[in-house]
Design a protein around this ligand. Structure first.
Ligand SMILES: [Zn+2]
Ligand SMILES: [Zn+2]
Length: 318
């Protein structure tokens, strides 16, 4: 289970009632932030999310509406006495941009680890104190983070994350082996236990694989065929819909963005469970008015708004 909060739903410029597109994911007490436009920390204060527990920041691209919030947020995280390292993942050029942003920040009490233009999946594990990048994917609380090159006016990455679900613990197997139940919790957490001179691996007591949760975050881009596979079967597909009106298709093509209809077409082809539209043009005062048009294409569409939140649970409860 995890929680998402759409911190901002705007593209281009921050508006009095609309922060810039940014999404916060909360998982087991820690946080992942997708994009960080100007004023992101103000949006975080509004939803009372706290700053200290962000472990990963994924940046789609280096346009200001997606990154101008970073120096302020990093400073505030420093002032919150964060000492654990932070990882920032982004497209080509992110290292130089972060280095430049650090110039006016005199001191940060934590290290920043940058992953520029990742070419392979990144595996995260929820350890005792944070979400940590690991090499070995045989971990209990695993998140797999993938990126996809998008088609925008700057190098741009889409992201998806898959939160794996641990197989069910089968107590009958532990009873069969004579293991006392105060050791069961360790096995459930994926640890090896030692009892009466023997070692027991967790795999011996677990049932079949269970489906996890998939979230995809695609902004800014034209619709690409590759997006369909990338978002396939997502529980939530967060996608840019810069223009609500289909008549703005020429603008969408010119500025390398999408219309609501194009986002809905992707959602349908990718067979996602739900589409959350975001990154609205400043010219669009009321994005909701275009909702009916897209529901005909993909019924489970939500027009995002600042502060929209949702808890996503595992599909089947067994
Ligand atoms: Zn943008
Ligand atoms: Zn952009």
């Amino acid at each position: 289970m995890l929680d998402i909060v759409l911190l901002g739903s705007g593209g281009g410029m921050p508006m009095p009632n609309r922060h810039l597109s940014s999404l916060l994911i909360k998982y087991m007490g820690r946080k992942i932030l997708f994009d960080c436009g100007e004023g992101c920390q103000v949006a975080m204060r509004k939803v009372k999310s706290g700053f200290k527990s962000i472990d990963i920041i994924c940046i789609s691209h280096l346009h200001g509406d997606h990154i101008f919030g970073l120096p302020g947020l990093l400073s505030t995280m420093g002032n919150s006495q964060r000492t654990l390292p932070l990882t920032i993942i982004g497209p080509i050029g992110i290292t130089d941009v972060i280095r430049g942003m650090m110039v006016p920040i005199a001191y940060l009490p934590f290290d920043i680890h940058i992953i520029e233009d990742p070419k392979s999946p990144i595996i995260l594990n929820r350890t005792n104190d944070r979400l940590e990048i690991v090499e070995d994917d045989n971990v209990a609380n695993k998140i797999i983070l993938n990126s996809l090159e998008l088609d925008h006016s700057a190098p741009c990455l889409g992201f998806n994350m898959y939160i794996s679900r641990r197989p069910k613990f089968l107590p009958e197997k532990a009873i069969e082996k004579g293991l006392p139940n105060d050791l069961w919790g360790l096995l459930q957490n994926g640890e090896i236990v030692h009892y009466k001179g023997k070692s027991y691996g967790p795999d011996m007591f677990l049932g079949e694989e269970r489906k996890g949760i998939k979230i995809s975050f695609i902004t800014d881009t034209r619709p690409l065929k590759g997006i369909i596979d990338f978002i396939y079967d997502s529980d939530l597909f967060v996608c840019e819909g810069t223009y609500g009106d289909n008549n703005d298709i020429d603008k969408a093509i010119l500025n390398k963005h999408m219309t609501f209809k194009e986002a809905a077409d992707l959602a349908k082809s990718g067979m996602v469970k739900e589409l959350l539209l975001t990154h609205f043009s400043t010219a669009m005062e009321n994005p909701e008015e275009y909702l009916d048009g897209v529901k005909d294409i993909f019924n489970k569409t939500i027009v995002g708004y600042d502060g929209f939140s949702k808890t996503i649970t595992y599909t089947n409860s067994n």
